[in-house]
Design a protein around this ligand. Sequence first.
Ligand code: FAD
Ligand code: FES
Length: 277
Amino acid sequence: MFQITKKKILNPSVTLMEIYAPHIAEKVQAGQFIIFRVDEQGERVPLTVADSNPEQGSITLIFQIVGRSTMKLNALQEGDSILDLVGPLGLPTKLPEHAQKVCVIGGGVGCAIAYPQAKTFHKSGLHVDVIAGFRSKEIVILEEEFRENCSELILCTDDGSYGRKGFVTNALQNQIDSGIHYDTVVAIGPIPMMKSVCDLTKKYQIPTIVSLDPIMVDGTGMCGGCRVTVGGKIRYACVEGPDFDGHQVDFDELIRRNGVFRKREAECRMMALADQL
Ligand SMILES: Cc1cc2nc3c(=O)[nH]c(=O)nc-3n(C[C@H](O)[C@H](O)[C@H](O)COP(=O)(O)OP(=O)(O)OC[C@H]3O[C@@H](n4cnc5c(N)ncnc54)[C@H](O)[C@@H]3O)c2cc1C
Ligand code: FES
């Protein structure tokens, strides 16, 4: 069992939890994730390790409440425990060797995945700018954390209620137009956002890393659930990713495959809502 040592509501649909998992806290690197099951009946759900504290033996998870499993997790409180936690899984993020000036782009809850990367690159002495995009002011997360771990933070909201009005791609275009030359971009967020960033960076030939979130089941390369096509080749995101060269990813296939269980997911969400009544 893995005990929840801290719970913090970051916005109405995003929660932060610290969990006592000393073996994972000791080993985990930016870009890696865990798979958890809340209880015996629980699905296996992947979440990125947003932060870790090896001294306290804790890891930080930041998750959006989107369906049955994340609702079940969010129903737990400090002091409660979850049944299983496996990790660290996946490969740590690796920047190209020439990387000096990096732009990390996060969209929505994707910022939780982008944050450990920005922090690691910044601590290793690289120049890191962060572009963080949200639909509106109420759902902005991790502003202070990013500010402490980058040279420049550009916050954008779709509706202009906070920071610059517009999408993260508008902000990136502005940076490029103002003469800033990034040698690497890291983009993490909704698939359409990552695709748009890649379309833009391809024009300027800026190498771009994306973190993919296909459906995962076992997380060990055995089930094939997380199959993605990158550069025309089949890759398994749980063991060969989740980071890939964004210019090579078949995003349309990823969108199709992630939609396969939509009906079942909606039914489970309704069941979970009914359980809460
Ligand atoms: C490597 C990786 C890291 C992730 N890190 C984070 C994170 O740090 N924070 C966060 O909020 N979310 C993260 N996700 C997404 C998270 O796993 C899904 O939101 C979660 O599985 C939803 O489960 P649910 O039962 O609550 O919702 P459901 O209603 O079951 O699903 C909602 C949506 O979540 C996705 N999803 C469902 N089941 C899975 C699954 N087994 N594997 C992957 N995606 C699934 C689908 O796109 C689905 O449409 C990550 C996904 C991957 C693959
Ligand atoms: S999750 Fe099963 S092969 Fe990757």
